[in-house]
Design a protein around this ligand. Structure first.
Ligand code: C2E
Ligand code: CA
Ligand code: CA
Length: 578
């Protein structure tokens, strides 16, 4: 197959798809020239028999008058031009017309100059043949147009005008047959349903058309550096077929260009829309060797993004598999570390706004076999999924308490040890008993301990969790709501929850100096906290600007790299006044 068939120029998506799946594949050139040769023979035969019209010819032993043969040659010539018109459409029709018209001067000379009236029927035959082939040609055109429309409808999405799922699959089949490397990207819009539900289907349709236009223009512009084919699969699902990338980075750059194009503000019927989507992709031949499997692989990657709340908006199918292997590896290492008691902790200092030490948050640490650290962002979720988080929490608590008990014995300050408590740990029947035991054995007054519970845990497991927290609070233990602002707790819930401290999540602190709304948000949380009689600590404070703003808006405590990173216990000890 010629490479040209796949040289789909992005701006001709539909036309090229039609070419690829065209029903009429063309009749070969040999037949064309055979008809011309036959026509030439018929014309020569007719001329020769016309010139010897009075002769008697001997054909296969029969005596035949030459005049009787003229008609045979004429009919043969007519059949040739009709066949040309039928099989070769426009080219055949033009050629036939030429062949018929060039006969006229000769016929006129023969009749009117040479007075050979035997040519008279020839004129009528030629005129009638011209009429016949014109009728055939016009009829063919009509049928062709109809076929074209049918084919277009079969491969076109009627709303957006993009190629549809069928066209995309046909194109992939062709690329697979040509063994050409390409990526198939499955794109699913986020929250599109809510646009339909709140703004109506007419607006939803306009959004879909706008996205199609943006992406088609981007593909046409060749700005991505790759050859891209955009199609719409179903309601809010699109797909991209990307070719001509040398490295995975080139491919990612292309996909990102579509992502950015989508995320630019969209104004429809005077309303602004900010669309996002999940992009899952698979690569031929790395991930699958046929169109169907590539579809499924890209879809699986796309659904993995949805499942993980879209934290990674572009994902390759294989990464998904690797991720599972990666998690299994972490789980193995975590189990080993718990068994061999090699899990350890760091302490991150917390300060009041005047830089006076308030206490420390204990953070779990795990080392890899090569001595490097495995990030808590990797091993904490694995510990949660594997049901090891309560064991890990208790292990860190015991170790941190052993150290902290020693420290406060020699310190005049009333320091606080904050520990992270997972829901699994909190809901364990033995939770309060274990805490009590550890506190007692290390001579730590309950007032010096703080348990940090994330806002989302607090909402998800309301009833029983609330009871456990109340029990802890009744013992004198302090309660902090961690990552505050990332969940959706209501004010009334917050009012009921027996907390002492709100920990404002780092993401709001990050945004504070670039966005006025983040600053207002943080200021509001602090005010609400104070109204509800809670103290407020800001997490992840890194810059002087952030610190100055937090002082300004009345934040009580600070935890962040600006005044202290998580430290090994011996380093932390140095911060405590004797
Ligand atoms: P977290 O409880 O919100 O802990 C604060 C995280 O923010 C820590 O990350 C800390 O190192 C980091 N951090 C603090 N200040 C800054 C700053 O100024 N800049 C930046 N970039 N980061 C800062 P880490 O230690 O990686 O812990 C991540 C998360 O893992 C913790 O978030 C907590 O949710 C979880 N975690 C850690 N240890 C434990 C544990 O023993 N038990 C449980 N259940 N979860 C834990
Ligand atoms: Ca925490
Ligand atoms: Ca936090």
């Amino acid at each position: 197959m010629s490479k040209d068939r796949y040289a789909i120029d992005s701006n001709k998506n539909i036309d090229d798809t039609l070419k690829l799946i065209s029903i009429h594949k063309g009749v070969n050139k040999g037949f064309f020239f055979m008809l011309l040769a036959l026509y030439a023979i018929a014309c020569i035969g007719r001329i020769r028999t016309t010139y010897s019209a009075n002769d008697i010819l001997n054909i296969l032993g029969f005596s035949v008058p030459a005049t009787a043969i003229i008609g045979v040659f004429s009919s043969l010539a007519n059949i040739c031009v009709i066949c040309l018109t039928v099989f070769f459409r426009k080219t055949g029709y033009v050629m036939s017309m030429l062949l018929l018209i060039v006969q006229f001067p000769g016929l006129f000379i023969n009749i009117f100059v040479r007075h050979q009236h035997a040519n008279l029927p020839g004129i009528f035959t030629s005129i009638l043949t011209i009429i016949a082939i014109s009728v055939i040609f016009l009829n063919n055109r009509r049928i062709e147009k109809y076929q074209q429309r049918m084919s277009e409808e079969a491969v076109t999405d009627s709303l957006t005008g993009l190629p549809n799922r069928f066209a995309g699959k046909e194109f992939m089949d062709e690329l697979v047959a040509a063994n050409e490397r390409f990526a198939f990207v499955s794109v699913d819009l986020n929250n599109f349903k809510s646009i339909n539900d709140t703004m109506g289907h007419a607006v939803g349709d306009k959004v879909l058309v706008e996205i199609a236009n943006r992406w088609k223009n981007l593909a046409d512009s060749n700005q991505t550096g790759t050859s891209d084919f955009v199609s719409r699969l179903s309601a809010d699902e699109y797909s991209l077929i990307i070719r001509g990338f040398n490295t995975d980075l080139d491919l990612l750059r292309s996909i990102r260009a579509y992502k950015e194009e989508l995320e630019n503000r969209m104004t429809i019927d005077e309303c602004d829309f900010f669309m996002t989507a999940c992009f899952g992709y698979s690569i031929y031949p790395d991930d699958a060797d046929n169109a169907g499997s590539l579809f499924s692989a890209a879809d699986a990657a796309m659904h993995e993004i949805k499942r993980t709340n879209g934290s990674n908006c572009i994902l390759q199918y294989t990464q998904n598999l690797n991720k599972t292997e990666f998690k299994m590896d972490i789980e193995r290492k975590l189990r080993n570390a718990l068994e061999n008691d090699t899990v350890f902790f760091n302490l991150q200092p917390q300060f009041d706004i005047n830089h006076k030490l308030r206490g420390f948050e204990a953070l779990a640490r795990l080392k890899d076999t090569d001595g490097s650290f495995i990030s808590p962002a990797d091993f904490i979720p694995v510990a949660e999924e594997a049901g090891l988080i309560d064991v890990l929490d208790l292990c860190i608590f015991k170790k941190a308490a052993a150290f902290f008990g020693e420290v406060i014995k020699n310190s005049s300050d009333a320091l606080t040890l904050s520990i992270n408590v997972s829901v699994r740990h909190l809901l364990k029947n033995s939770f309060i008993e274990e805490i009590k035991e550890v506190l007692d054995s290390n001579s730590i007054p309950p007032q010096n301990l703080e348990i940090e519970i994330t806002e989302s845990i607090m909402i998800d497991s309301a009833g029983k969790a609330l009871e456990c927290v109340r029990d802890a609070k009744n013992m004198g233990i302090k309660v902090a709501i961690d990552d505050f602002g990332t969940g959706y707790s209501s004010l009334s819930y917050l009012n009921k929850f027996p907390a002492n401290l709100l920990k404002i999540d780092k993401s709001f602190i990050d945004g504070m100096n670039t966005s006025e709304s983040s600053k207002q948000y943080v200021a509001t949380i602090i005010s609400i906290g104070h109204i509800l009689n809670l103290e407020v600590i800001s997490e992840g404070v890194e810059s002087d600007d952030q610190l100055a703003t937090l002082k300004d808006i009345g934040c009580d405590f600070i935890q962040g790299y600006i005044w202290g990173r998580p430290l090994p216990p011996e380093e932390a000890r140095k911060l405590v006044c004797a």
